[in-house]
Design a protein around this ligand. Structure first.
Ligand code: SF4
Ligand code: SF4
Length: 227
């Protein structure tokens, strides 16, 4: 039962003669509209995708890349540190015996499910050889879920397309210029399916048995331990 003391009575405000005409409010609204119409420098609209929005932060974490070492080989040593640290369990690695004498293992298969990823950066923090990094590129699109699983060759292709960018660190194993400075680089080669550049490096990476970029996008890769 509602008690009388619980009822709050609100009196309608008494409007002045000017307020009853609503002219001040209308003129105030018109002033705001005109200010936005002619404030050209303050326009927020971006004609995407022709026009790219400038990132507000330098350390934006976008699409992953798998770095190459100075000899052009995949820098990853298949230690599983990144997949262990990943809170989203979206990194799948299959290690194989390295064909090179300076390391024991290398990744025969290396997949990242970019849809499951939460772009936390834990993987690049965990990597002892700075082989995995997140680039500032945000233009990652795909038409199927499988397309959003980037395989080893595609991740290497991202590196090839963004090697001039050094997102956050300058490790000696990669040693690229522009240390600590990020810039936006569009990764054209990844989701458009152009794996030619990646294929060029496949033999050099000792990946002939692992197959090309298409392997990562096959149905087998999608159901191969990504759950
Ligand atoms: S950024 Fe985070 S969620 Fe994404 S792969 Fe790396 S560790 Fe996993
Ligand atoms: S990317 Fe780095 S942390 Fe992940 S398996 Fe390769 S070497 Fe280890």
């Amino acid at each position: 039962m509602l008690r009388d003391e619980d009822i709050i009575k609100i009196e309608a405000p008494v409007l002045s003669a000017g307020e009853r005409l609503f002219l001040p409010a209308i003129l105030g609204g018109m002033k705001t509209t005109l200010r936005h119409m002619f404030a050209l420098k303050q326009r927020r609209t971006v004609q995407y995708p022709e026009e790219k929005r400038k990132l507000r932060v330098e350390n934006y974490r976008g699409v992953h890349r798998l770095n190459r070492d100075h000899d052009g080989r995949v820098a990853c040593v298949a230690c599983y540190m990144c997949s262990t640290a990943c809170p989203a369990h979206c990194i799948h690695i299959e290690a194989g015996e390295s064909p090179w004498s300076d390391r024991e293992k290398y990744p025969v298969k290396f997949d990242i499910d970019e849809l499951r990823c939460i772009y936390c950066g834990m993987c690049e923090e965990a990597c002892p050889v700075d082989a995995i990094e997140l680039t500032p590129d945000y233009s990652l699109v795909g038409r199927t879920r499988d397309e959003m699983i980037l395989g080893k060759e595609e991740l290497l292709a991202v590196f090839d397309a963004t090697r001039q960018i050094k997102p956050r660190k300058d490790p000696p194993i990669t040693g690229y210029p522009n240390s600590g400075r990020a810039s936006v680089g569009r990764v054209e080669t990844v989701m458009s399916g152009t794996a030619e550049a990646a294929q060029d490096h496949a033999v050099r990476d000792g990946n002939t048995a692992a197959g090309g970029a298409g392997d990562a996008h096959s149905g087998g890769a999608g159901g191969d331990g990504h759950a």
